[in-house]
Structures are given as C-alpha cells and as structure tokens.
Ligand binder design. Structure first.
Ligand SMILES: [Zn+2]
Length: 355
C-alpha cells in the first residue's frame, strides 16, 4: 500500500480544497462526466461556454471592446462570431499586454507566468485559480485513462532549467515527496556512468508512472538501451510532455521502459490541449479549448485533415483572455471519431513548432 498516496487522497487534497479553494477534484469529476457526452451534447456545452467568454471579452477586456457590435451574433452563433475576432500572435499580445487584462480581474488572485515567444524571448501572462484548475483537471483526466489518479507515485525526468535550482533544496525535495508523491531526476544529471544508480533510485521509489520532457525521456532511454539496462519494474506508463514526441523517440522509450508511452500535448499559455487515449488518438480537451487550424499566411480556416497554424481559445480564461491565440504549433484537426468511444474530438496530426 502506498501510504503517501493515501495521505494525499485523504488529507492533502481535502485540506487544499477547504483552505485554498482548490477545486481540481471537482473539476476532474466534471470533465470525466463529459467523456460520455455525445458530440451534440459537447457542442451545446462549448457553445454556452464560448458565448459567455466572448460576451465577457467585449464588455470587460479593453482589447476586445471594439467588437461590441458582434453582441447579437455572439448570442446566436458564437462559433461564427469568434472567427470575426483577429488572430492574436504572441508579439501582438506582448505589445498590448495590459489591454488583455479583464477590468474586473482581482489583482491579488493573479498568478504570473511566462512562455516563450517566437524568437525565444519570454512572454509574460497572468492566470487565475479557475483556469489553472481546469488545466490540472484536464491533465488528471488524461492520466485517468491510464489508471493514474491524483496522488499516484511518479518519477519526473525533467528538462526545465528553472526547476533545477528549486530541486537543489532538500526542503523542496522532501515536500515534493510527501505532498506530491514524486521525485525528480533533472536531465542535466543524466550521465552514462550514473544510469545504474538512477535506475536503482526509481526501483526503490517504485512509481506508478514516469513523467518527463520528451527529449529528457528519450536521452534517459537511449542511455538505458546503450548499456542494456532494465528498469526491473512494471509501471503503468511513461508520459511525455512539453515537447513534441517524435516517432523514433517513442519507439526508444517504449523499448527501454517496456510500457506504453503516452503523449500529453499542452502549453503553459494554453493548458492541456490534447491527451492520448489507449487507442492512440490525441483527444482534444474540448470543454476547455476551441481549436482552429488556419493557413499560416492567409489565416483562412483550413478543412479538417489539413495541416496549418494552430489557434487556441481557452474557454476558462476570463482573467486575461486570448482569442484565436497563435500558439506557435502546426497541427491538423480530424473528422473521425475514436474507437475508444469517447465523444471528445481528436487531433489528426501534431507537428510542433511553426518556426
Ligand atoms: Zn480514444
């Protein structure tokens, strides 16, 4: 029995919910319910959420106030109204930064975060607990398809330099272990001669899954394969995030860990956009985002199946809304439904960075 998991389920989560207004488990239950929705039910739900978001934008977000004339259309056909708003690039967003902040936003509740612009420069944005809650819930929903639940023990093989420093602290490591049931192996620590010791640590910790950057997981797997090393442990999945997972990387990771490799597609400034199910489809978090694929030059909507620039509208972001936000990735939507039976639409292709 995993005592830390039990502690997280019985005490840590209920405590956070009570004291900090953390609603992730409630949101997760809500998203789980939508899995069995028919496409028509999902469309109705998305219509309602989009109508609410766009109405909020034209009344309370200075950058979108010039679109008040769309009010009637937003009520009747919000999906068509959305297409009349401009495509928003990261550069445009950075230039007009404060005009995207909701006039009614509670300054104390804003959480600052950064993403990368097209040429690598940082782009700042604000979030609030409501949208972050849905990001987290969408991640847990995707993980639930693989038998993983909040509190499940994990090892992170991580490639984000901003986390290395935090991880140097003993207190931080202890807190991660006790409150999140996870340990981290930074990718800068991955050296051929230390692989046996890393594998020993993982075996000892006995995680349900391994989570990490695609490139870090791949490096780890290559080092295992080159030295003929085994994990010596059956885990539920290796979950790849933050970077595009290439086919050759997936093959190596699968071979090294001997378990399914799951692709999580998300962005700091877009949340969990899609998650891979057991049939291999990338299911879109359709209750959280509206996705469009447009021609990169003319910005005309492309038919499903054609690859182009991906635009993301976060349906839960009222605090600093970015409509039709050009996230910087290339993708194609699909008309097909997945044999797994969920009504959530799927991404047909995901090709990563536009540049
Ligand atoms: Zn599926």
């Amino acid at each position: 029995m995993d005592r830390v998991k039990l502690f997280i389920e019985k005490f840590a989560y209920p405590y956070m919910e009570k004291r900090m207004g953390n609603q992730i488990r409630g949101m997760l239950n809500e998203l789980k319910k939508y899995e069995s929705f028919t496409p028509q039910q999902l469309t109705a739900l998305r219509k309602k959420k989009l109508e609410y978001l766009l109405t909020e934008c034209i009344h309370s977000v200075p950058a979108y106030e010039p679109y008040k004339h769309l009010e009637e259309e937003i009520k009747n056909n919000p999906a068509a109204a959305l297409k009349q708003f401009p495509v928003l690039t990261k550069d445009n967003f950075r230039e007009g930064f404060y005009s995207y902040l909701n006039k009614g936003a509670n300054a104390v509740a804003l959480v600052e975060n950064f993403t990368r612009g097209t040429t690598g420069e940082p782009v700042k944005f604000f979030m609030d607990r409501h949208m972050v809650g849905y990001y987290e819930a969408a991640r847990w929903r995707g993980l639930s398809w693989w038998g993983i639940t909040p509190g499940s023990r994990s090892v992170m093989i991580w490639g984000n330099p901003s986390d290395y420093e935090k991880y140097g602290s003993k207190t931080y490591r202890r807190r991660e272990k006790l409150l999140k049931n996870r340990i981290m192996i930074p990718d800068i620590a991955l050296k051929a001669e230390e692989m046996e010791s890393h594998l020993r640590d993982i075996r000892e910790f006995s995680p349900e899954y391994v989570y990490g950057y695609a490139s870090a997981l791949h490096l780890f797997s290559r080092l295992m394969l080159e030295q003929n090393l085994n994990l010596g442990l059956q885990i539920k999945a290796v979950v790849s995030t933050a970077e595009i997972l290439h086919d050759h990387e997936r093959e190596d990771i699968e071979k090294a860990f001997g378990c399914p490799v799951v692709n999580e597609y998300g962005a700091r400034d877009g949340g969990i956009i899609a998650y891979q199910c057991r049939e291999g489809s990338m299911h879109i978090s359709a209750e959280n985002v509206v996705l469009e694929v447009v021609d990169p030059v003319s910005l005309e909507t492309l038919p499903k199946g054609e690859i182009g620039a991906l635009l993301v509208t976060d349906l839960n972001n009222y605090v600093m809304p970015r409509l039709r936000y050009r996230i910087g990735d290339r993708a194609a939507l699909s008309e097909k439904f997945c044999p797994c039976g969920m009504g959530l639409p799927v991404l047909e292709k995901l090709e990563g960075r536009e540049d």
